[in-house]
Design a protein around this ligand. Structure first.
Ligand code: SAH
Length: 351
């Protein structure tokens, strides 16, 4: 298989260009075409010589994945099923509302975190996506929104981004770099189940990405019941504070409400107390989107309202991801489950 140019940093592009007989500085031109302009046709890269273009096309590939399914909600949301070169399927979602065009992207095929309410967790981890594969999601979404471009990116699709730290960081570095996509770090949000060491490591990279932490419980007992890989609430909150201190970016807490498990008033009060320690307490409530076989249910509307009210009264900045959450983020992994059931079976049979 030819190596893809998508996902290469400037040094790697320089190597590719010079190996094909080009000059080192032409890596910058190639990066402009590839990343800034999202041009996937070598023939259109007119400031590169014909010979260089031919050599690049001969030795390297561009997209290694393809769209095999598309679901339009009719409310500005489009979900893509993307087939990777080895047959695994991940999803990417485009959400358009008012002035915002947001991409929700995946970083792994499957997930190792095992959250009880999550469809991706049921399958376990198939593999990490490479930096190139993560970036390829943007090209597929661009086909849907062309000629518009994104205003925001949320890393809230399939997988645990900080579990695939190096590839995530490489992809986000290329997304942010002025020689590449030049996409503002403050418009990117990384959502994590809460891996304290990795949160600290991300804080030290010198980027201003937004961080969202999936809390889902107010003490380790309740949290571990939903997240078997829970790293410990105290450690996670410490790491979140560290992230804020280093980056000065506010941290958002996501909280999936599961019917009868973590959606009662007493829990809401504990949650308010927990997050009030933070400079500005942001909470996103996500009513659980029921996943077959999970044995868990959505919360009642009354419970969601009562929970929200407790937080509001405590002065917490709280949002409920109701409509959108159902269709997009909260439905994380479900499209892939459906699409892959056949191909996963085949893969397994052949080892
Ligand atoms: N691994 C990352 C990204 C996961 S998806 C993380 O844990 O944050 C983004 C959010 O959707 C997470 O808060 C996740 O817990 C939540 N989520 C996943 N499946 C859900 C479901 N079926 N219903 C409601 N929220 C869900």
């Amino acid at each position: 298989m030819k190596q893809s140019l998508i996902g290469m940093n400037l040094d790697e592009l320089r190597e590719a260009v010079t190996a094909c007989g080009g000059k080192p500085f032409q890596a910058g031109q190639l990066a402009q075409w590839l990343y800034a302009k999202r041009e996937l046709n070598f023939d259109a890269m007119t400031n590169l010589s014909k010979e260089l273009r031919a050599k690049l096309a001969e030795n390297y590939s561009l997209l290694t994945s393809s769209v095999i399914a598309r679901e339009d909600s009719g409310e500005g949301t489009t979900k893509l099923g993307i087939r990777l070169h080895d047959g695994l399927v991940v999803e990417a979602v485009l959400m358009r509302e008012d002035e915002r065009t947001t991409a929700c992207i995946s970083t792994q095929a499957g997930c190792a975190m095992g959250c009880r309410f999550c469809a991706s967790g049921q399958l376990g981890l198939k593999r990490h996506l490479t930096a190139g594969e993560i970036l390829e999601e943007f090209y597929h979404l661009y086909e849907v929104m062309k000629p518009d471009w994104l205003t925001n990116v949320v890393v809230m699709g399939m997988g645990e981004p900080l579990h695939n730290f190096d590839n995530l960081l490489k992809a986000l570095t290329i997304l942010n770099a002025d020689w590449a996509f030049n996409f503002g770090a403050r418009r990117v949000t990384v959502s994590t189940v809460g891996l304290p060491k990795r949160i600290r490591e991300l804080a030290e990279q010198g980027f201003q990405f937004n961080l969202a932490i999936s809390l889902h419980g107010v003490d380790d007992e309740s949290r571990s019941a939903l997240i078997p890989t829970n790293a410990g609430l105290a450690e996670i909150l410490d790491a979140a504070k560290y992230y804020f201190e280093k980056t000065r970016r506010e941290v958002t807490f996501e909280y999936t409400l599961v019917g009868g498990k973590n959606d009662d008033i007493a829990t809401a009060e504990k949650l308010a107390a927990l997050v009030k320690d933070f400079p500005r307490a942001n909470v996103n409530l996500i009513p659980m989107n029921p996943v077959e076989g999970s044995g868990l249910d959505a919360p009642s509307t009354e419970a969601v309202n009562a929970f929200t009210e407790v937080l509001q009264k405590a002065g917490v900045n709280v949002h409920v991801r109701r409509r959108r959450g159902r269709r997009v983020q909260a439905a994380c992994g479900q499209l892939r489950l459906k699409l892959e059931s056949a191909s996963v079976g085949t893969t397994d049979e052949h080892g």
